[in-house]
Design a protein around this ligand. Structure first.
Ligand code: 26Q
Length: 798
């Protein structure tokens, strides 16, 4: 949009005076933030209205992205950048003597997600708006986002994230007229109506009100505003008397109270099922209503609507859609089924078996009695169709939805839709040949890959302005709107002046992070050290512990030989553990105690530092990632579906130290083997061990004195205060046979770290590698990823 500094100052002051009755010099950062956001709202509101009008007037096809998580982080800068007024606002604030960063920091992260999956959903919202595709989000408006992590005595402590705080969510708009009802529990039976058709009759059902709050999603400088719809729950007025006690009312509010903090193992909690159904049912109901308003026939809804199922969390969608079409809108089953399977598509984000959702059939029947009947019907028809197509009984058994008293949600998503995708090339291959092999044989045409992406604007223009300005200096600013122009940097990688500029950019980012580390932990780190970073959820398969093993080895090397010539290293961790994940919490404790040991040992001469930064979230990522020299992506090959932080590190010039897993493989393909450090087993090595059952961690431990010394450090008092945790880790590695093959990969990892050390000594060479990474990172823009979804899966037009 076009706006002068003077116009903005006038609008901003008006808002501040009118809404808060206060003048700029007296306002707190939070008050200034609120007024700024309200001013920005006024700017985009007409665009938002216009967008909705056009989509329905032109009968455009819309994709709805159903996700139980969205993790946008802060929205202010993104909204300003995308409106094209970020620079003007900054200049205006400077003129008003207001610290822009303080105002920006007053915004609470919108953390309605655990990690990669939620962040990806948020990225897709931004990219849908930016590419101009009509794609809307559908999720839950949690009162508390992912817990706030504090470290106390080295332990993780979880505190509630009351992100509404005193400010509330300034970006949202409540849409009362789109309220719908959601039914749970009770008994259902079928009754024939006049024309002999069966209708469900509900007894004692709980009827809840679903109220949507819409959050605008602004495209990058294109005047397009899409919508993220988050549902909240309320008790309908007519049923208020049914909830006489506070506890009764709380049991309803719970539905949108908390985001489940597990991102790996699935637990069959009733409340979780209710959450999943609540957002899915509410979303589908309003989708059908708004489609019908256009006066088009319901049998053709798939021509104007796509419903995307982000992981299995909304996978009840095909069954609920059938319920709505058959029960509420009276379509014939076969017609409804045809429409449903042309509407639904599904993304899988994991191959870990323990993360696939399976609901106990009895629990499901109690919570969703009518949907349960419909799932049984879908399952029966699937089984008999397959049998009459001559499919082998074992294959039918493997792929059916209801078996062994469990409802297999992935199976429902696959059978009830037309598309299944993985999130990186390797991941999709593994789905086809392993996890979902039988489905792939039944429906090869449904399977496709969509490698994840990131919103490059947030990781460059917002998180690293010095980097962005330096890119402008050398290749012009065209890359800001066309990220593929970054490739022009490839022509400059032999120019020492250019490399020197990028070196200073990295040093600046390291200095910012070093100041934050000093301020929050008291630890002093040198910006001449290698900043080696591993930030991600804490999970055994991601192998933060492998990183720890190497740090312990380096510690022993320096204790043995204090004069050993190594480049100083700062190992930086950030990670939240699921509150019930004992092992992961033990690893956090061990990292913190190891940090205490190392950081306070003056005999190490500052060559080694370990920092654990608490409460890793999107905003902290914006500070940490640009400051990294080394990006640790060391999951056991085959386990990390894609990874997305790996892409952010690459884009801001870190060298990836990685296994051949997830999207690391595609990063390697982009930069070439010389500009990434790869080590360890590949997925074939891993699968070979599974087939042959021939892995014995204890014999590695017994035959390798270096490994033995490192592993023994967990139990022999080397690291203080970790008796229980050290024993638990020791046992996981030795007694329980090291499920993620850390010991087998250890030696290769140590060598890879030594290679990093050698490479870093030649700064010119290092910066060349770094720049090659930046130059080829355009491959991972989520604008392109979403374009592939839009064209190849959803058939949208922009
Ligand atoms: C399921 C049931 C009950 C409670 C919680 C859950 C649950 C919640 C979140 C299960 C999984 C998740 C999140 C998974 C996730 O973030 N996966 C990551 O997705 C990224 C985006 O595709 C990939 O890059 C990562 O590799 C993958 O780990």
């Amino acid at each position: 949009m076009k706006l002068t500094k003077e116009e903005f100052i006038r609008d901003f002051k008006d808002t501040l005076h009118e809404e808060q009755l206060i003048k700029v010099p007296d306002a707190t950062p939070a008050e200034l933030f609120t007024s700024l956001a309200q001013t920005v709202r006024k700017y985009y509101t007409p665009l938002w209205l216009e967008r909705n009008r056009k989509i329905s007037e032109n009968h455009e096809k819309v994709a709805y992205y159903f996700s139980i998580e969205f993790l946008p982080g802060r929205m202010l800068e993104t909204n300003l950048l995308n409106l094209g007024i970020l620079d003007i606002v900054k200049e205006a604030f400077a003129e008003l003597n207001v610290d822009f960063d303080a105002v920006k920091n007053a915004e609470h992260d919108m953390a309605l997600g655990n990690g990669g999956l939620g962040r990806l959903a948020a990225a897709f919202m931004d990219s849908l708006a930016t590419t101009g595709y009509p794609g809307f989000g559908n999720g839950l408006r949690y009162k508390y986002g992912l817990f706030k992590q504090r470290i106390v005595d080295g332990y993780q402590v979880e505190l509630p994230d009351s992100w509404f705080g005193s400010i509330g969510n300034v970006w949202e708009t409540r849409k009362d007229h789109d309220t719908v009802e959601v039914k749970l529990f009770g008994d259902v039976y079928l009754q024939a109506d006049k024309d002999g058709k069966l209708s469900p009759v509900y007894n004692n059902a709980q009827i809840l009100r679903a109220v949507p709050y819409d959050v605008p999603q602004l495209g990058y400088q294109n005047d397009i505003v899409n919508n993220l719809r988050l549902w909240d729950v309320e008790i309908p007025e007519e049923y208020e008397l049914d909830y006489p006690t506070i506890a009764d009312r709380r049991s309803v509010q719970d539905i949108t109270s908390i985001l489940y903090p597990d991102d790996s193992s699935y637990e069959g909690k009733q409340l979780r099922l209710v959450q999943e159904y609540f957002m899915t049912s509410a979303g589908l109901q309003t989708i059908i209503k708004s489609y019908l308003k256009q006066g088009l026939p319901l049998e053709k809804i798939h021509e104007k609507v796509s419903v995307h199922i982000n992981d299995t969390h909304p996978a009840v969608a095909p069954a609920e859609f059938m319920r709505l079409l058959v029960d509420e809108y009276r379509l014939e089953w076969d017609v409804a089924w045809d429409v449903t399977t042309k509407t639904m598509s599904y993304t899988n984000h994991t191959i870990l078996a323990e993360a696939l959702e399976k609901w106990d059939a009895e629990l499901f029947k109690k919570v969703l009695p009518r949907v349960y009947q419909i799932i049984l019907e879908i399952d029966n028809r699937f089984v008999s169709d397959m049998a009459s197509d001559g499919v082998a009984p074992q294959i039918i058994e493997n792929t059916r939805i209801v078996k062994d008293g469990l409802i297999h949600m992935a199976n429902l998503a696959i059978i009830g839709g037309y598309s299944v995708n993985g999130v990186a090339k390797l991941h999709t291959e593994l789905l086809k040949e392993d996890t979902l092999r039988d489905f792939y044989n039944l429906y090869p045409e449904k399977f496709n890959n969509k490698t994840n992406g990131i919103v490059q604007r947030r990781w460059t223009q917002i998180a690293d302005q010095p980097l962005s300005k330096t890119i402008d200096k050398w290749i012009g600013s065209g890359w800001r709107s066309d990220i593929h122009e970054l490739r022009k940097l490839n022509d400059l990688v032999d120019n020492p002046e250019v490399l020197n500029d990028f070196y200073h950019v990295k040093q600046e980012a390291k200095a910012r992070l070093a100041a934050y580390i000093k301020e929050t932990t008291g630890i002093e780190v040198s910006t001449d050290a290698i900043f080696d970073v591993q930030v991600k959820r804490l999970h055994a398969y991601k192998r933060q512990l492998l990183n720890v093993l190497n740090i312990i080895k380096q510690y022993w090397d320096l204790k043995d030989n204090p004069d050993k010539d190594i480049v100083p290293h700062v190992y930086i961790f950030g990670a939240k553990a699921a509150p019930g994940y004992h092992f992961a919490k033990s690893v956090i404790k061990v990292i913190n105690e190891l940090a205490n040991l190392i950081n306070n040992d003056s005999s190490l001469n500052g060559k080694l530092k370990v920092v654990f930064l608490e409460n890793y979230n999107v905003s902290l990522a914006e500070l940490i990632i640009p400051a990294a020299n080394v990006s640790e992506q060391i999951s056991l090959a085959s386990k990390e579906a894609s990874g997305t932080s790996n892409m952010k590190f690459m884009m801001t010039g870190a060298i990836t130290l990685a296994t051949l897993d997830g999207a690391n493989i595609e990063i390697k393909d982009e930069v070439g083997s010389d500009n990434i450090v790869i080590f360890g087993m590949d997925k074939d090595d891993v699968y070979r061990h599974y087939e042959r059952h021939d892995y014995y961690s204890r014999s590695i431990y017994e035959n390798n004195p270096i490994i033995r010394r490192v592993v023994d450090s967990f139990i022999n008092g080397t690291i203080p205060n970790i008796q229980g945790e050290g024993t638990e880790i020791y046992e996981s590695l030795i007694t329980h046979n090291d499920e993620y093959f850390l010991l087998e990969d250890f030696t290769a990892y140590v060598e890879a770290q030594e290679k990093i050390d050698q490479l870093y000594r030649n700064q010119e060479q290092w910066m060349r590698m770094s720049l090659i990474n930046i130059a080829n990172s355009d491959k991972f823009t989520s604008d392109d990823t979403i374009t592939q979804y839009a064209k190849e899966i959803w058939q949208l037009k922009n």
